[in-house]
Design a protein around this ligand. Structure first.
Ligand SMILES: CC(C)(COP(=O)(O)OP(=O)(O)OC[C@H]1O[C@@H](n2cnc3c(N)ncnc32)[C@H](O)[C@@H]1OP(=O)(O)O)[C@@H](O)C(=O)NCCC(=O)NCCS
Length: 176
């Protein structure tokens, strides 16, 4: 598996990946992924977007998108792994890549929104040095219209280099 920035040649593979992502998970992109212009739009948009690929197929997508205005020192992570390739370390590798990108981009803080029931995602980000900073009750509606709590996890990128090194990010940096 290789992780790198989204590039124009990823177009077809990215569309196959997007088609394979269940509708319920598409909300995590927080961007319109319905058409073939997604690659160009994403490549031109703010922030950094990366793909995990194996033999030309996309296994996962991550974005680090700066918040607007007075929070532009904060980046938001959006992370989705192909449903057939979960629990194989792809999400953790992409989250590490995102942390390295945030550091390189000079961001001071990273946040990610996770639905409270997704204990696996919470565990993954917590292991990488994220902490819960907020709980938004009944903040999102699932496909059945049920209200769900949203947890806001945050990582003080700039302050916690030692934590990142502990999480293996020093190795990720060396591979960059
Ligand atoms: C959350 C998500 C990105 C995890 O990706 P993944 O590739 O399956 O995660 P990894 O295999 O790297 O797992 C890393 C760790 O996270 C935890 N974890 C991840 N998924 C889990 C699950 N379903 N149940 C329990 N623990 C889980 C485990 O601790 C795991 O380590 P382990 O396998 O050594 O036990 C993936 O499930 C996904 O795309 N979900 C939908 C979108 C989403 O929720 N995005 C997060 C917010 S933007």
């Amino acid at each position: 598996m290789e992780i790198g920035p989204l590039a124009p040649h990823n177009g077809d593979a990215l569309l196959r990946f997007l088609a394979a992502v269940p509708a319920s998970d598409r909300t995590f992109f927080k961007e319109d992924v319905a058409d073939s212009d997604a690659v160009e739009r994403w490549a031109a948009g703010p922030g950094r977007r990366g793909l995990a690929c194996d033999a030309g197929e996309v296994l996962g997508f991550v974005a680090v998108v700066p918040l607007p205005g007075w929070s532009d020192h904060v980046g938001e992570i959006r992370l989705v792994v192909h449903p057939d390739h979960r629990r194989a370390g792809v999400g953790r590798a992409l989250a590490r890549w995102a942390l390295v990108q945030a550091l390189d981009a000079g961001l001071q803080k990273l946040v990610v929104e996770v639905v409270a029931e997704q204990e696996g995602a919470v565990a993954m980000f917590t292991a990488l040095g994220f902490d819960a900073e907020g709980l938004l009750r009944d903040h999102v509606r699932d496909r059945d219209g049920e209200l769900r709590d949203l947890i806001l996890l945050a990582h003080p990128v700039a302050d916690q280099w030692s934590t990142m090194a502990t999480a293996g990010l020093d190795e990720a940096l060396q591979q960059e």
